[in-house]
Every structure is written in C-alpha cells, then in structure tokens.
Design a protein around this ligand. Sequence first.
Ligand code: HEC
Length: 109
Amino acid sequence: MCMRYLAIAAAIIVILAGVIFNTAGKKMMQATSGDGPVVVLPEPDSTGARLFKQYCAQCHGLPEIDTHTAADWPRAVERMMTNMSASGQQMPSEGERNLIRAYLVRHAK
Ligand code: HEC
C-alpha cells in the first residue's frame, strides 16, 4: 500500500524532471544555435531596420518589435535616448532616431 504510493510518486517525479529538462534543453539550443539574429526583422534591408540593429542592441538584445503598440513606441524610444546619453553609448542623430521610431511604429503590434 505505502510502497505503491511511493512508486507512483517516484514515477511522477521522473516524468516532471523529464519535461523540465527537455524544455530547458530546447531553450539552450535556441540561445546557442546559429550566429544570425534571433529576432527576424521585417523589411530587413530598409534603413530603419539597419539603424534599429545598429543602435538598439548596444545594451540588450534587439527587442521584439511587437512588444509595443504604435502609440507606445515613441515613448519607449525617448526613454532609450535617456538611457543612451546616461551611459555614453553611441546615440542616433535626430534624423536616424526619426527613422528608427517610424520603423518601429510601422511594424508595432
Ligand atoms: C544605453 C543602453 C541602451 C540602448 C542603446 C538601448 N536601450 Fe533599451 N533598455 C536599456 C535599459 C537599461 C533598459 C531597462 C530599463 C528601461 O526600461 O529603461 C532597456 C529596456 C528596453 C525595453 C524594454 C522595456 C520596455 O519599455 O518595454 C525595450 C523595448 C527597449 N529597451 C528598446 C530599445 C530600443 C528600441 C532601442 C534603440 C532605439 C534601445 N532600447 C536602445 C538600455 C538601452
């Protein structure tokens, strides 16, 4: 009786461990496989996409564009300008910033 519960508990633990290990393994494969950008950019050859890649991955990974709405992106970009000037990273000119902002707004969620 008691042994049976133990056996069931052990089986559940083995299954759970398998599931967790499997997902973790897949995530690691994703993070390490290939050397291309993880984010697939729309309009990859446009100036906006090029500037976005150039300036917006200096401190963190290139953000996913559909994490913000068209209404939210301008504010997020302005906040990043503050982050950049505070940390001395390469900053886009005003024209470049407009292109990045327009690109993000165009492809927002
Ligand atoms: C100077 C370093 C730096 C650069 C360059 C930079 N960021 Fe950031 N970014 C940060 C930091 C620090 C945070 C976390 C704190 C915050 O949200 O302000 C962040 C967070 C974010 C976030 C998540 C928070 C949110 O509002 O959703 C997004 C999206 C983002 N950055 C987009 C961008 C874009 C777009 C650019 C290019 C225009 C950019 N970042 C360039 C430093 C930077």
